[in-house]
Every structure is written in C-alpha cells, then in structure tokens.
Design a protein around this ligand. Structure first.
Ligand code: ADP
Ligand code: ADP
Ligand code: MG
Length: 431
C-alpha cells in the first residue's frame, strides 16, 4: 500500500472480522470485509475477495505472501473478472508451484537440481531404487508443500517405506494432494536465493542474492543480502540460472529462485517462489529498488525501471523476523494484547509491521509481527545496528522472538559468516 501510494494509486484493504482494527485496514483508502476470522472463510475465500474487488471498482489485486499468493486458480479467476493479478501468469505459478514438476522443467532447461526423483513417486519399489542410487540420508518432500512443511528426513532403507507412506498421507491432509518425491539430503548447505524481476516486454533482471540459511524447522528466521559465500563470479552464474528458470516458464513479475549451495561451492535449484517474499526488504536496502513498486508497474504493462547494468549491491542488509512466539515453550505462538510497542529507529533501520500498541495478536494467522531490517556499509555495521535496534525494540503483552535474536548477534560464528541451514537448530534450545 505504501508503494501504491507513492505511485498515486488508491488502495482497498480486505479484512476478516478479527482484523477490523488492524493497521492495514486503517492505512488503506478504503476497506472491505471478507468474512469471519478463520482464514478459510476470509483470506482464502476467493468469491468474497473477488466480490470486494468488484464492489469497490478495484482494477488490480495484490496477493501479498502466504494465503492465495501462489494459488494459480485464484490468479486465473482474477483474470476472468477483468482484474489484474499482480503476479505471474497462472500457468507459470502452476508450473513452478508443483515442486516435482518444477524440477522436471528446470532439468530440461539445463539448470542443476538437487539429485532425486524426476517426477512424483509412483510406488515404493521406485522409491527404494532411487534412494539406493542417490544414497542416504534422503528427503521425502511433498510436491505441493510449502512454509517448511511436508519435508521429512530418512536416514536408512528400513525407514523409507513407512516415511513415504506417512509423508503422503500428511501431504494429502495438509495440502490436498498426496504426491511426494525424493531428494538427496545435502549436509549443512547454505540457502541462497536469487531475486528476479521480469516485465512483459521480455526484460528479466537479477537483483542478486539473499542468504536465508538461518532457519528453524525449515522456516526462515534471519536473512541477509548479499551473502558472504557468494562472490561476483558465483553471483553471475546463479543469476544466469535464475533468469533461465524464469524464462523457461514464461515468468513475469517478481519472483525468487531458491538454491542450495553445498560446501564444495556447487549450487542446486530447490524451488521457485512465485510471489514477493517476506525477506524482500534486504534486497531493496542494498539495491535501492522498490520491489513492490516494480511489481505494480510490471502488472500495468510498464517496463522495468532498471537495467541489469544499473543494478549493484551497495553495503549490507539483515532482516530479523519478529514473531509472537514463546521461546520457553518450544516457540509456540503467543497470541494476546500488545500492551507496549516501541519500535527502534535511527540511521539504517527499517521496521515493516502490521502491529501497534493495543493490537490484539490473533491465534488465527501466522505469528509474524514485524520485520526488523538494518543496513550498513559493511556486514559488521549492519550487525552492530541490528544489535542496537534489537535493544531498542520494546514489546510487552505477548512473548516475542526478540530475545532469541539478541543472542544470535553475539555469536562468534554467525558474526564470521560461518552459517548453514542447521546452524540455528544446533545453537538454540527448542529451535
Ligand atoms: P518466505 O520464503 O517468503 O518466507 P513462506 O513459505 O515462509 O515464504 O511463506 C510466506 C509467509 O506466509 C510466511 O509468513 C508463512 O508463514 C505465511 N504463509 C504461508 N502459507 C500460508 C497460508 N496458507 N496461510 C497463511 N499464511 C501462510
Ligand atoms: P518450502 O516450500 O517449505 O520453502 P523448500 O524446498 O524451499 O521448501 O525447503 C525448505 C528448506 O528445507 C530449505 O531452505 C532447506 O533448509 C531445507 N532443504 C530442502 N531441501 C533440502 C535438501 N535436499 N537438502 C538439505 N536441506 C534441504
Ligand atoms: Mg522454500
């Protein structure tokens, strides 16, 4: 909505019953109710959202992240109603959204994918043979999975049959589709992702990498741009692979190609997120490009405002996800009323949040309260600012992950950039 405002575009917020006093509702020029608090009845309710758009005369729909943002059916329905979906074409979402299928398409485009099954598994014999060929440990992954869910590690041949069966059953109930496939489990890799932008005139650019290796239960907790593990040559090669991936599916708008980088410096395609990501601000901080503004312009058929030759990474940026969670209770969500909310400020500090004093944290939705982002000329300066900002950040009424973040930035190995996707779990109790 901030991006729209800068572009002189009026906005309509949609909201559930629980969110009637939420910040996004107050910020928008207009607001329209779309149903009761449970997400299935409101934020995932396609007819109600389309109705809100039609009733208010909206021209376009921005799906944000989560919810319907990677739902190709929703993107198609928007089109049917004459609404512009601010995202890629439905076909691109579909081709990339089904993970097993995306692997196939990437393979054909000559992009290295993590070794594993080419398509969804058809039977347990195939699973046993493939696992033997790629070697244990392996991962069983749900083709329709997301948000760190639907992934299971299998250490030995004996565990495989049951794991595949259970993963498939769980995927069926969580994502509505039971398809699973196998992937080699890489030991302590880094999660490196490339942000791309593609317009309708055939321009595709890379805004460089983000490192999202700090994870808890395979969900990102801290992200940074650039990455200590990526030099100019690797950035160029990963960017070229990401651009090729986007072109292979006729991609337009903003998107992220996620890779795993192993200890020997090889990278492998993992998946593509066909939407703006939670961690996009770190890229905005180092490139100066407003990604959401580009998204809106692209959707309107306008060209990108930047050429690849103009894109450079300036300084360093880090993001901490501040969640309403209780670290002493295994990071269980901690809903309730926010009685004190004091955000940090000063040079190089950005806070994106939907929360303020008096806000009621709902049990219905994701527990993300705010994204705390810092920028510095060097990684050390970005870290020093993050420490200062975390000290300034005061929240009362709900438990948050701020204290956990404070610990992290005192960690010598983190500060030396020696991180990987299992780093946090090894470090933090209950992480
Ligand atoms: P990212 O790489 O952007 O973090 P995630 O897969 O974690 O991608 O999802 C983005 C955000 O949306 C996260 O905060 C996640 O918890 C939330 N989210 C994902 N799926 C849903 C859903 N079905 N309903 C509500 N929120 C969701
Ligand atoms: P999601 O859709 O839930 O984001 P991803 O396929 O992106 O699923 O994987 C989420 C995380 O799980 C990765 O960031 C990484 O930490 C871990 N992971 C996924 N695949 C592998 C693999 N083959 N080897 C090791 N870790 C993996
Ligand atoms: Mg992912």
């Amino acid at each position: 909505m901030r991006a729209a405002r800068e572009l002189g575009i009026k906005t309509v917020a949609v909201y559930s019953e629980a969110d009637q006093d939420a910040l996004h509702v107050r910020y928008a020029d207009e607001a329209f109710p779309i149903g009761p608090s449970p997400a299935t009845l409101s934020y995932l309710n396609i007819p109600n959202i389309i109705n809100a758009a039609v009733q208010t005369g909206a021209e376009a729909v921005h799906p944000g992240y989560g919810f319907l943002s990677e739902n190709h059916h929703f993107a198609a329905v928007c089109k049917t109603w004459g609404l512009v979906f601010i995202g890629p074409p439905p076909e691109a979402i579909e081709n990339m959204g089904i993970k097993a299928q995306a692997r196939l398409v990437m393979n054909e485009a000559g992009i290295p994918v993590v070794p594993g099954t080419e398509e969804a598994l058809t039977g347990i014999d195939e699973a046993l043979d493939t696992a033997e060929a790629i070697g244990y440990p392996i991962l069983v992954k749900a083709s329709y999975g997301g948000g760190g869910r639907g992934i299971r590690v299998v250490e030995t041949r004996e565990e495989l049959a049951e794991a595949v069966e259970r993963a498939s059953r769980e995927a069926k109930s969580a994502f509505g589709q039971g398809d699973v496939y196998l992937e080699k489990y890489l030991m302590n890799p880094r999660h490196i992702e490339i942000q791309i932008l593609a317009d309708h005139l055939g321009n595709v650019v890379s805004l460089g990498e983000r490192e999202s290796s700090l994870q808890r239960r395979r969900q990102k907790v801290v992200e940074e741009a650039p990455s200590v593990a990526v030099n100019a040559d690797l950035r160029e090669r990963m960017s070229q692979a990401a651009i090729r991936a986007a072109r292979a599916v006729g991609y337009t708008n903003a998107g992220t190609v996620e890779f795993l980088l192993d200890e020997t410096g090889h990278f492998y395609f993992m998946e593509m997120n066909t939407r703006v990501q939670v961690e996009h601000p770190v890229t905005e901080m180092v490139t100066g490009v407003d990604i959401v503004k580009e998204q809106i312009r692209i959707a309107a058929g306008l060209p990108l405002t930047v050429a690849q030759s103009e894109i450079a990474m300036n300084g360093w940026s880090i993001e901490c996800r501040v969640n309403a969670e209780d670290p002493d209770q295994g990071f269980r969500p901690s809903p309730g009323k926010v009685t004190l909310w004091r955000e940090p400020g000063g040079p190089g500090v950005r806070v994106d949040s939907g929360v303020g004093e008096g806000y009621q944290v709902q049990p219905f939705y994701d527990s993300l309260l705010a994204k705390l982002v810092t920028w510095g000329r060097t990684r050390d300066e970005a870290i020093a600012r993050m420490k200062r900002a975390l000290e300034e950040f005061e929240v009362e009424g709900v438990k948050t992950t701020i204290a956990m973040h404070r610990q992290l930035f005192d960690d010598a190995e983190f500060n030396a950039g020696q991180i990987h996707t299992n780093f946090l779990a090894a470090r933090m109790k209950g992480a």
